[in-house]
Design a protein around this ligand. Structure first.
Ligand SMILES: NC(=O)c1ccc[n+]([C@@H]2O[C@H](COP(=O)([O-])OP(=O)(O)OC[C@H]3O[C@@H](n4cnc5c(N)ncnc54)[C@H](O)[C@@H]3O)[C@@H](O)[C@H]2O)c1
Length: 281
């Protein structure tokens, strides 16, 4: 889809990191932006940055794991700007540590945001996009952790494998329906964002007050803070996303290492080997 002045973008997880960079890039391309996030002050800061730069944006506080919130987001986009052309389902959270030590609340939170956030968006937006008749494009943010695996990130990687599968199925369903809606999946390697402090936005219904943080969880988060800090700037990721949308590319990796990592996984599967532990860069 060619991005044109006046088109409308909806971005979730817009208050920070990749989401904020997507909002700023969309606004810089002359799009009207509906920014959505669970964290109101950060969401307000994103909208203020766009309007200060002369762009047009509104903020809609949204918990993507709540179907009613996502319906309201779609309602607001249509009632304010009359339609949507680019939908970036980008909100995501991380919970790390040994998978058997994670509480059910941890699993439900991560799956609620990273997988059901996408399900809720498909149900709220796709029928309206089909009715509008396009042009439209959907970008779901998964992760390299949706294609390859390693230790200490069970709920996150599980949710991101599901996000990749959902996005492939969405692309098939849209193609089978002849719909004028493109689809891409963003599979970033490390990006310098706030993802290691995801707990800051954990809804109360996903909190288990009896849980005691384990050493495994603290170790993983400390390692993440270290490695994420050296990650790619989110603005570079946003540039890759817009390039992929305009060139109708499904896969959006962020690093050349993507090719080796998926080749090793593929070889492991062909040779029936134990999965290799991926080193994300
Ligand atoms: N940073 C990385 O290295 C990396 C790598 C691969 C994939 N990703 C993915 O990129 C996406 C963006 O994350 P980021 O790295 O920019 O992190 P981030 O924490 O900076 O941004 C995530 C945003 O999502 C919002 N959010 C959290 N829960 C929400 C909910 N229930 N409803 C709505 N918004 C919610 C947060 O408030 C935050 O603004 C995520 O899906 C993440 O899994 C990040």
């Amino acid at each position: 889809m060619q991005i044109e002045q006046g088109m409308v973008a909806v971005v979730t997880g817009a208050g920070s990191g990749i989401g904020r960079a997507l909002v700023e890039r969309a606004a810089a391309r002359g799009m009207k932006v509906v920014a959505a996030d669970i964290e109101q002050p950060q969401l307000d800061a994103t909208v203020e940055a766009v309007t200060a730069a002369g762009g047009e944006a509104i903020g809609v506080r949204t918990d993507v794991s709540e179907p009613a919130d996502v319906e309201r987001l779609a309602d607001t986009a249509w009632s304010t700007f009359g339609g949507v052309n680019l939908l970036c389902n980008n909100a995501g959270v991380f919970s790390g540590g040994l998978m058997w030590e994670r509480t059910l609340a941890d699993w439900e939170w991560v799956m609620g945001v990273n997988l059901y956030g996408l399900v809720n968006a498909v149900k709220a937006f796709v029928p309206r996009l089909l009715e509008a008749g396009g042009p439209a494009h959907i970008v779901n943010t998964a992760s390299m952790g949706g294609l390859v695996t390693n230790a200490f990130s069970g709920p996150y990687y599980t949710s991101k494998f599901a996000a990749v599968g959902l996005t492939e199925c969405l692309a098939h369903d849209l193609q089978a329906s002849g719909a004028p809606v493109g689809v891409s999946v963003l599979v970033p390697s490390l990006v310098a964002t706030g993802i290691a402090t995801s707990q800051r936005n954990r809804p109360e219904r996903f909190v288990d007050r009896t849980a005691v943080p384990g050493a495994d969880e603290e170790f993983v988060l400390a390692a993440m803070v270290d490695s994420i800090g050296g990650g790619m700037p989110p603005t570079e990721v946003a540039a890759l996303v817009f390039d992929a949308v305009e060139n109708e590319r499904f896969w959006i990796p962020t690093k050349p290492s993507y090719h080796d990592q998926i080749r090793v996984r593929h070889d492991d599967m062909q040779e029936l080997r134990h999965p290799s532990s991926a080193q994300l860069d």
